[in-house]
Design a protein around this ligand. Structure first.
Ligand code: DC
Length: 235
């Protein structure tokens, strides 16, 4: 079967990773969560004291980028690859509210983006990949055969995220989560380098009032159509 590259971008907490994981599984593709990579770099910067709510020591972070080693290791039981920061599984730790509050700051640093985009492009060389993030269709894979752009109202997204955090036992308020969603939207769309924006050829999916099943069936249909077209074009 002809393999394609699928780029999924969109606002935070639009369920990009859920849909990307399902799609990758159904197609037998690799799934890469690029948000996890920015979060892991943020965790590193937090631990070193390079970034806090009031400070951002970009110089120190950039100076130590070579010491940050990221890798994904497939977890059979979970059915997806978990992220490792310098050989430590940080999949859980990168999802805390603390990291969420600082990650947009770290993601504005040009050298950080350069390093991560380079790794992401390498991962996609063989195609057969579903990658989600903010700049996948615009910067990482501008030639991706299928680009999706997920969106939903900030309130719907905050409600979903709030539930997830409560399930994980985090002590947060809905208002705090909503504020974080809105702040990240602002920073992600206004940063100078690779701001979040829809690629011209991306398909918009507003899932404010769409269940997971409907969403998956749409996205799967789009993928099959593109893959079938590729097959015809090749033969
Ligand atoms: O998808 P996420 O919420 O886990 O992403 C965390 C942050 O990382 C998000 O606020 C913006 C940043 N990010 C980015 O700038 N570029 C990407 N390709 C992926 C994430």
């Amino acid at each position: 079967m002809e393999k394609i590259t699928i780029a999924i971008d969109g606002y935070s907490s639009t369920g990009k990773s859920t849909i990307a994981k399902q799609l990758a599984k159904a197609l037998g593709y690799i799934y890469v969560d690029t948000g996890a990579m920015y979060r892991a770099v943020t965790l590193y910067a937090m631990r070193q004291g390079y970034v806090t709510l009031d400070t951002n020591n970009t110089e120190a972070l950039v100076g130590s980028l070579a010491l940050i080693n990221l890798k994904f290791v497939y977890n059979d039981q979970l059915g997806f690859a978990e992220i490792y920061l310098n050989d430590e599984n940080v999949e859980r730790e990168i999802r805390t509210m603390e990291v969420s509050k600082l990650v947009s700051k770290v993601a504005t640093v040009g050298e950080v983006r350069k390093k991560l985009v380079h790794i992401q492009k390498q991962m996609g060389l063989e195609k057969g990949i579903v990658m989600d993030g903010r700049d996948i269709g615009t910067v990482v894979f501008p030639k991706a055969e299928l680009k999706l752009f997920l969106t939903a109202t900030p309130e719907k997204r905050a409600t979903r995220r709030y539930k997830e955090l409560l399930d994980k036992g985090e002590d947060v308020s809905y208002e705090e989560v909503l504020r974080n969603v809105e702040q990240r939207d602002y920073i992600d769309t206004h940063r100078e380098i690779s701001p979040l924006k829809k690629a011209e050829d991306a398909i918009i999916i507003d899932n404010s009032d769409m269940g997971l099943e409907e969403q998956f069936s749409r996205v799967f249909d789009f993928s099959k159509r593109v893959i079938d077209k590729q097959k015809k074009d090749v033969h």
